[in-house]
Design a protein around this ligand. Structure first.
Ligand SMILES: *Cc1c(COP(=O)(O)O)cnc(C)c1O
Length: 483
């Protein structure tokens, strides 16, 4: 006899359409008010900094609090950094377009796994449209194709895995490698390239850092010499990685020269364009990435300069076939045939098994505002970078590190006699963050501490830059009188 199994009422409630409607409407109102406030009331803090232990205690106490759900969401908002605030000029995270965030809600409700076609029909089709669009803008031909994956870090690792499979002697995926493999990269590259090489088993000797020039671009005239030295030391160099752009300073490597070098020496040429490859959408700035179309693989983060919430990354291969060779192994329960190279089963080429439905967040922006919207944003952010750099150069007491190519501007305050400039600038930043008035970061260039800004918000304006420099001067004057 069959026994019925009664379902717990709470389990049923989890899926209540009326709860979804009611809470959803209320939540959207709370979020819309939040957006309105942080964009229009600049005196509101960008970040209300709390010590980590205090923050933890706060949330432990919250668990047993009986205030309503909307209060909980409001507390989350109060205790988070606001990238939509025009005075958020810190790390390179996109300010998501509202349509993209709302599409994220659709993705989260549907929770389509996406790696397998049947688990994400629409999202796989959208993904092809989005990645083909990127591929065309890069300047690739019809043999190129790619996919979306969870972040530039993972995408760079995936690209280097493909490079290893293509260029290392023998099949590393099947048999491992016995040679000491290596990659060449600028000393200014993002740290994830270093990590990727170590994860690949290359060790610290396998990540060969080539010095940068005065503009923080890889010194391409040294590539040949570094390659010869590596070979003489018993290393087998398989790839060279270009930065488009670098993280600290937003500098673009000479991709054209790197492509020629790679071709001449039969190396894989990978471009880490996580931050800056978006210039391929801009007629005004695409010259910065000249030669990118000669790369074997390119990484581009939509969640950096392309209006999309974290994480949404495109990895595009000049020869799509190489991407299918990266993980040639059997997972028969997922796919009929590992040999068949179907664009619509992206899991064959990605690390992820279950994969977020990212494509909808990019596609919805393109559908609603047209594909030129990315160009508009890039141009605005880069133009703002140049404007801010000029304002810094024109002010006494400030030193600009370098004229920016991108939307990343580094500078420091120097109007202080015989003081430790590094500590002084660090303290300025700390006071700035604690005030909540601006959010900027810092970086070490050589031995020097610089204040670092990435202009991510198209709503940031000249007035905000003026106010930032005024505030830094004010903090500096308070610090000086305290000495
Ligand atoms: C941000 C960034 C990365 C890392 O990408 P994530 O999406 O944060 O994982 C890699 N390289 C460069 C140049 C970047 O700017």
């Amino acid at each position: 006899m069959k026994e019925s199994i009664p379902i717990d009422e709470l389990l049923e409630q989890l899926y209540s359409p009326s709860d979804f409607r009611e809470i959803g409407h209320e939540l959207v109102d709370v979020l819309a008010d939040h957006l309105d406030q942080v964009q229009s009331q600049k005196e509101l803090p960008v970040l209300t900094y709390q010590h980590p232990e205090k923050e933890l205690t706060y949330w432990k106490d919250d668990m047993s609090s009986d205030t309503g759900l909307m209060d909980f969401y409001k507390k989350i908002l109060e205790r988070s950094i606001h990238v939509h605030h025009p005075r958020y000029i810190g790390h390179q995270v996109a300010v998501p377009a509202v349509i993209s965030s709302l599409s994220g809600l659709v993705a989260d409700l549907l929770s389509n796994g996406t790696g397998v076609y049947e688990m994400g029909m629409a999202s796989n089709a959208l993904e092809k449209i989005v990645t083909d669009f990127v591929s065309k803008k890069i300047g690739y031909g019809s043999d190129a194709a790619g996919f979306l994956t969870s972040g530039g870090t993972l995408a760079n690792l995936t690209a280097l895995l493909a490079a290893r499979q293509a260029k290392a002697p023998g099949s590393v995926w099947e048999h491992g490698h016995h040679e000491n493999l290596a990659v060449l990269v600028s000393e200014e590259a993002h740290y994830c390239i270093d990590r990727a090489a170590r994860i690949l088993g290359f060790g610290s000797a396998g990540i060969i850092k080539v010095p940068a020039n005065n503009s923080y671009q890889i010194e391409t005239s040294l590539l040949e010499q570094y390659l010869i030295e590596a070979t003489n030391n018993g290393l087998v160099v398989i790839a060279v990685v270009g930065c488009a752009s670098s993280t600290s300073t937003g500098s673009y490597d000479d991709l054209e020269a790197m492509a020629t070098f790679a071709k001449h020496n039969n190396l894989w040429f990978h471009v880490d364009g996580a931050h800056g490859a978006g210039v391929v959408f801009s007629k005004k700035y695409k010259h910065l990435a000249k030669g990118i179309e000669k790369a074997d693989s390119v990484v581009l983060d939509f969640h950096k300069m392309l209006l999309t919430p974290s994480l949404t990354t495109a990895l595009i291969f000049k020869q799509a076939t190489t991407s299918y060779k990266t993980f040639e192994q059997k997972a028969q329960y997922l796919w009929d045939s590992q040999q068949s190279r179907e664009w619509y089963n992206s899991g064959k080429r990605t690390f992820e098994c279950t994969k977020l439905m990212m494509s909808i967040k990019v596609y919805s922006i393109m559908r609603m505002y047209g594909t030129d919207i990315f160009e508009k944003n890039i141009n605005r952010l880069f133009d703002l970078g140049k404007l801010f750099a000029q304002m810094i150069s024109n002010r006494n007491g400030f030193e600009l590190l370098v004229n920016p190519e991108a939307n990343i501007v580094n500078f420091r305050y120097i109007n202080i006699a015989s003081e430790d400039l590094n500590t002084f600038n660090s303290t300025i930043r700390e006071k700035l963050i604690l005030s909540g008035k601006f959010y900027i970061v810092q970086t070490l260039i050589g031995d020097h501490r610089y204040l670092r800004t990435s202009i991510m918000n198209p709503l940031t304006s000249e007035e905000d830059f003026e106010a930032l420099l005024d505030e830094i001067e004010y903090i500096a004057s308070c610090l000086r009188s305290a000495i």
